[in-house]
Design a protein around this ligand. Structure first.
Ligand code: ADP
Ligand code: ADP
Length: 226
């Protein structure tokens, strides 16, 4: 069974040309799927429909085999990792990671257990009392991913997470994301327009054009084409 299954997904804003036009795509459990394509091809819209931030005009979205078209984001158990990480500057690393559990009123001892576990995996154990301002870019990225891990999210979703960074930091973060994703084996959907990111991160790359899938292939197949 695919982790995320999309069947004939359409998104129509107003009465214009559909932003996403009959997209069918299965994303396997643990797979790292890249969405690429020119600006305006529908990448963000597709990602936002997966996470539930955007209504689906027609078609079926299945997550873990369950139809989620009408489920709110918080009932989908997916986790969007935003470009600026959306960390709370006044909270410590511990409280930032614990935040989704506080929202869902998880008991304190359970919060402690899960945050400890996540910070272990993420190598943030020695930084739990720090504030985000005192972390490196890579550490902030890990805190943001920590929030997804404590919720035991079924997938990570990224929308051009590295596009505002300089080349050096981008390289470091790419390595960081790749390493963590392999280690955790969490299904990942990642929007980018950067070829290097698509090549180095993706198990498969889905190329979108004018709201339609043009091609789905491994990075190697894609870039070895004439
Ligand atoms: P990409 O992420 O590939 O750049 P988007 O998904 O942002 O593309 O946009 C796809 C198309 O949908 C574009 O034509 C865009 O102008 C349109 N669009 C995106 N969001 C909205 C919106 N909230 N209202 C109306 N049109 C939108
Ligand atoms: P902030 O984004 O917290 O306001 P600054 O923009 O002043 O911080 O940048 C401080 C350091 O953090 C710089 O080295 C910068 O390269 C890095 N940085 C800024 N934004 C990001 C980001 N989105 N992801 C990773 N590192 C970032």
């Amino acid at each position: 069974m695919a982790a995320i299954e999309m069947k004939n997904i359409v998104k129509q804003y107003g009465d214009g040309f559909p932003a996403v036009n009959d997209v069918s795509l299965d994303i396997a459990d643990g797979e790292f799927m890249i969405l690429v394509g020119p600006s305006g091809c529908g990448k963000s819209t597709l990602l936002r429909m997966i996470v539930g931030l955007e209504d689906i005009t027609s078609g079926d979205m299945l997550i873990g085999g369950k139809r989620v078209n009408d489920l709110a984001p918080r009932d989908r158990n997916l986790s969007m990792v935003f470009q600026n990480y959306a960390l709370y500057p006044h909270m410590t690393v511990y409280e930032n990671i614990a935040f989704p559990l506080r929202l869902s009123k998880t008991p304190d001892d359970e919060v402690r257990r899960r945050v400890t576990e996540a910070s272990d995996v993420l190598e943030l154990k020695d930084h739990l009392e720090r504030k985000p301002a005192n972390l490196s870019g890579g550490q902030r990225q890990r805190v943001a991913m920590g929030r997804a891990i404590v919720r035991q999210a079924e997938a990570f979703l990224f929308d051009e997470p590295l596009s505002n960074l300089d080349a050096k930091l981008r390289g470091q973060m790419r390595t960081e994301i790749s390493r963590l994703q392999r280690r955790l084996g969490i299904t990942t959907v990642y929007v980018t327009h950067d070829q290097t990111e698509a090549m180095t991160l993706g198990d498969r790359v889905c190329v979108l054009r004018k709201g339609k899938i043009q091609q789905v292939a491994s990075p190697r197949e894609l870039y070895e084409q004439p």
